[in-house]
Unconditional design. Sequence first.
Lengths: 160, 414
Amino acid sequence: MSEVLLRQLQKYAADANGKVAVPRKGEIIVEIDQGKVKDFISRVVNDLRIRHLSTMTGLDLGQNVGIIYHFWRDKDTIHVKTPVPKTQPTAVSIVEIIPGAILYEMEIHDMFGITFEGNPWMDRKLLLPDTWPADLAPPLLKSSKPAEIRKRLQLEVERK
Amino acid sequence: MTAEQVQPKRKEESAGLMKYSAENLVPFGPIHPALKEPEYFKLVLEGERIVQVIPRIGYVHRGLEKAAEMRPWVQNMYMFERTCGICSFVHSLAYGQAVEGLTIYEVPRRAKYIRLIIAEMERIHSHLLWVGLMGHWAGFETLFMWVWRDREVVLDLVEAISGNRVHKSMNAIVGVRRDMPENMEDRIVERMKFLVDRARYYREIIDTEETMLERTEKIGKLSPDTAEKLCAVGPMARYVGLRKDVRLNDPYAAYDEVPFDIITSNEADVHALLRLRLDEIVVSANMISYAVKHLPDGPIRVKIPPVIPAGEHSAHCEAPRGEIFYYVKSGGGRTPERVKVRTPTLANLPTALEILKGQTIADVPIVLTAIDPCFGCMDRMSFLDTETNRQWTWSGEQLRQYGINHYFPERLKR
């Protein structure tokens, strides 16, 4: 990992009141508030020229849903983490900066119920069936139980 | 099926039609019984040209990420191997590396070499499978037959090493489960030499055979900047000239010890993709020969306790189709708290949608096959002419025939 990259990230994170950690060689974790994450990512992409977003991960953290943006360049992986409260599940979309993120945002929308403001395809489903009931909890939240999903979607197989 | 039998079933479809009333909307997909990843594309057409593509995936979504949260760490490894029926090994490799990062154990050097050998054999078999399919969709059936015959060579070797052709179950957490059989070295080197010769021969064929040239040249153009913006991975990034390869940029297993070249291209069309993948077969075969000759001695596996320490870690590997990504979070228990999988086809889908724009219907099978998707959707295609409201359905075979007739009308007269 280059020291220059780490120092730059620390500087950007400090501007956005974020924290930087290096848990092991080649891995940088940046924690940032939801309001500042778009600016931070636009600086990573445009100024540092780290243009490859590997994917976005959603996580159930209890009160919040955590979103992690995984960036990759050479031997460095940069994880940008941001929490989104479950009571107000809206996050800001980064499709303007990285057009390739569109499907990853749709996936988190399906699986965790987070709406990304600015994503043009938020009105349709990517992975869940069209018949998914609106009042059923998104499937990857810890509160969602497979047995209930099978019951509500009438997927129970009759066993002889 | 006759035209009258096909009726619009969903209101949503007709609403879409109203929206694009000046254009044709072609639903494309989703079910193909033989393939594991059906996808559904709505193609918006202006005459013959595609102007927009809207994807809908998830028809075979099995909830593996949720299932992983209820299973022990070791069991998950073999479950994730079944994510894909072609590049199965690399899934368990990426999952294994993500979990190994959370432990204090180091993978033995011999195991790293064995992992490399199996991963490269998988790449050869996946690329050969793809070259054969390209031949099939282009109307060059002989190529399909020959290439798939040669693919048996590498599948036999995989079977001799692991006992299985597809789901090898070779990986363990920290190491591999099976050692290389005794006295395999000469056989592997000889078979790899055969595959190198075949790949070079096919390379010559696709550069000279008119059928392949007409169907693949100047089709599927993409600029490097767009590919980078859309986060393309694997051969889809390399065929426009980007040097993006996890094996080179962030070496894992024994890739830092085995010499190899990265193949890139600057032509950026489907023909360049064919050449690139055939060249990669040669590179992989040479890597395997090198690895079996320099296979180090020693243990192949470290036994570890069933509990993985708390923490989070991610790992990525170069699957035949591009970067594959696993993220693992452990709460210190017997099961993971979260496992995230990102397959290369999902990463390449936005790129494929971009390439399809401006192509004709006749090129759809070729272009969609070119990204080497885990390939759904070709079996059924229904058409709707908005002016006359006439509907009809084509099977994958009819669609293939349409593509061939479009390019080689003289064959119709024969």
